[in-house]
Design a protein around this ligand. Structure first.
Ligand code: AMP
Length: 303
């Protein structure tokens, strides 16, 4: 069974395509919404009493998400994040981060979730990620995500976490920041020296590279025209969701399976970027996902 831990938040986004205030967001929310289309997904996350009912309704509209691990902390405030995209939508800056309940004790993993085998630690404080990881003794694979904030303010905790996970998913800028290497393959190899068996380095519209102890693999992004890129927020988490859900449904963790799973991550991310918040993922269904995968396969044919 697949589980994700991470943030559930309220986002404010400014992009060249428009702005959206107070939309459903958070690393675990995007992950779970994307993953749940492919495999049942357990969600663990903490919100405050101010968490809007509409956001709960949005998350609950995804049939494959098991909500037992979503905890409302009395008196707490929900995590809030604001970001602004530049004209090149591969580039963004954080406008504000209000941690709220994320500064409290992490959420409790329900007893019934502890036997999870496919574990994704979506973006959150690396010490919190490590605390949650310890609660899954039966795991077949644990993969974490991170971001610039944690590389800046909690690097020691992140290095300690990397010793314990099998894989890490991060974007090219974060990888370069972490290991101070501009070349993506070299950066991946340096990350493996820190502990993981593999690193997936995402390059936005330029696809992703897998650097694994057993080899290197590459996937192109799903080509999106100007009109199809409305808001890239959550693309990374959705990529992680598609990837891990595919591994969970194959029940495999080998190099070939991970390589194959990157294509599913790419497809799920392509739904996310089409709208603000989780709307793009709400509009995805089995038929649309399969259609897009078929188109992607034929576009990527290498003879
Ligand atoms: P992504 O675009 O994949 O990097 O993910 C964006 C999502 O991550 C947004 O919905 C935010 O609410 C959430 N987020 C932003 N900053 C952080 C952070 N420091 N820790 C955890 N989640 C975050």
């Amino acid at each position: 069974m697949l589980i994700v831990t991470g943030t559930i938040g309220v986002d404010t986004i400014h992009a060249p395509t428009g702005s959206a205030e107070g939309v459903m967001g958070g690393s675990a929310a995007y992950f779970a919404a994307a993953a749940s289309h492919l495999a049942p997904t357990r969600l663990v996350g903490l919100v405050g009493e101010d968490w809007p009912q509409e956001h709960r309704d949005v998350l609950q509209s995804f049939d494959g998400i098991d909500f037992d691990g979503v905890e409302v902390r009395a008196g707490g405030a929900t995590f809030k994040w604001g970001g602004r995209y530049f004209d090149d939508m591969n580039q963004r800056e954080t406008l504000f981060t209000e941690l709220g309940v994320l500064q409290d004790t992490p959420p409790t993993v329900p007893e019934g979730f502890r036997d999870s085998r496919y574990v994704f630690l979506a973006n959150s404080h690396p010490a919190v990620q490590a605390n949650l990881l310890a609660q899954f003794p039966d795991r077949a694979i644990a993969v974490c995500d991170t971001m610039d904030l944690w590389i800046n303010i909690a690097q020691d905790d992140l290095i300690a976490l990397l010793k314990q996970v099998d894989g890490v998913v991060l974007n090219d800028q974060e990888a370069m920041q972490l290991v101070e290497t501009r070349n993506v393959v070299d950066a991946g190899r340096k990350i493996l020296e820190l502990g993981p068996t593999f690193a997936v380095i995402k390059k936005g519209e330029h696809g992703a590279v897998l650097v694994h102890r057993d080899g290197v693999a590459v996937v192109p992004a799903f080509p999106a025209d100007h009109a199809s890129v409305v808001d890239p927020t959550g693309a990374g988490d959705s990529f992680g969701g598609g990837m891990m859900a595919h591994l969970a449904r194959l029940d495999r963790t080998d190099f070939e399976a991970i390589q194959e799973s990157l294509a599913w991550g790419t497809i799920m991310a392509s739904f996310t970027i089409g709208s603000f918040g989780l709307t793009g993922l709400q509009e995805a269904d089995e038929t649309r996902i399969q259609e897009r995968m078929d188109r992607y396969r034929s576009m990527a044919r290498i003879g």
